[in-house]
Design a protein around this ligand. Sequence first.
Ligand SMILES: C[S@@+](CC[C@H](N)C(=O)[O-])C[C@H]1O[C@@H](n2cnc3c(N)ncnc32)[C@H](O)[C@@H]1O
Length: 244
Amino acid sequence: MNPKLQALAKGIKSNPYEASGDIYHPLPFPEFQDLTTSSDARSAYRKWALVKNCLPLRSSFSNPRVLDIGANAGFYAFNFAKLGAIVDAYEPHKHYATIGHQIVEATGLSVRWYNKKLERTDLLDKQYDIALMLSVFQWISEGDSHIDRATDLLRLVASSSRVLIFELGCNHGKSAIHTEERPIVWIWRLLQQNTSPKRVAYLGQITPWGRARRYIFACAEDLIKLNIWQRLITYVLQHQWVWK
Ligand SMILES: C[S@@+](CC[C@H](N)C(=O)[O-])C[C@H]1O[C@@H](n2cnc3c(N)ncnc32)[C@H](O)[C@@H]1O
C-alpha cells in the first residue's frame, strides 16, 4: 500500500463530495477501495473492460499517447497510465483535478492534469493514439444549447487521434441532450457524420445511473478488435435496421 494514497483516501472519506457518494467514479488503486461512488462503480469497470478489450495495446499501441477529456478523478486516465500510456487529462472541476494531480504526485504515473476545459487551441500540433470522450459531449454542448460547438470539437478530436472512444446517453440527467429518436441511432449518426474517415463501431452499453443507458462506440480506421455481438450490432446500425 502507498501511504500517500492511503492519506489521500482518508481525506476524501472524511470530506465526501457527492450527494450520494464520496466521489463520482472509482479510482483504480486498492487504497481507494473503501470509497463510495455516486455513479455505479461496476459500470465504470465494465466500460473500462469494453475500452481495453477493443484496443490492441500490446502490438500497435505500446506506450500510447492518450487524451482524456472530462477525466473527472482519472479512473480511465490512471487505468491507461498503469498500462504504460502517457496521458493528458482535461478536467475543469477543481476538486477532481486536484485529486488526480495528487495521485500523480503519489505514484509517479504519467498523467498530466489540465484543470480546464479542452479548447481547440489545446490540440494545435497534437496527435494522440487514443482519445476518450466518455460522457462529456453533453457537458460541452450544455445539453441542447451548443451542439454545434461540441460537434466542432468532436471533429477536431477525431482528426487528432487514431482511435476515438465515445460514450453518450440522451434524455436523462443534468445537461442531457434530448431526442425523440432512439438515442443509439442519434449518437451513431453524430459519429458517422463527424469522425470520417474513421469507421464507427459499437462497443456496448452501461447503466451508471439507475436504468438510463449510455452507449459506447469506437471510431477508428482500423486497429479495433470486436467480438461477435459488437460486430452484429455495428452491422445492424450500419444497415439502419433500428432506424424506425
Ligand atoms: C459525467 S462526468 C464523466 C467523467 C468520466 N469521463 C467518466 O466517464 O466517468 C463528466 C466530466 O466532464 C467534466 N466536464 C464538464 N464540462 C466539461 C468540458 N467543457 N470540457 C471537459 N470536461 C468537462 C465534468 O467536470 C465531469 O468530471
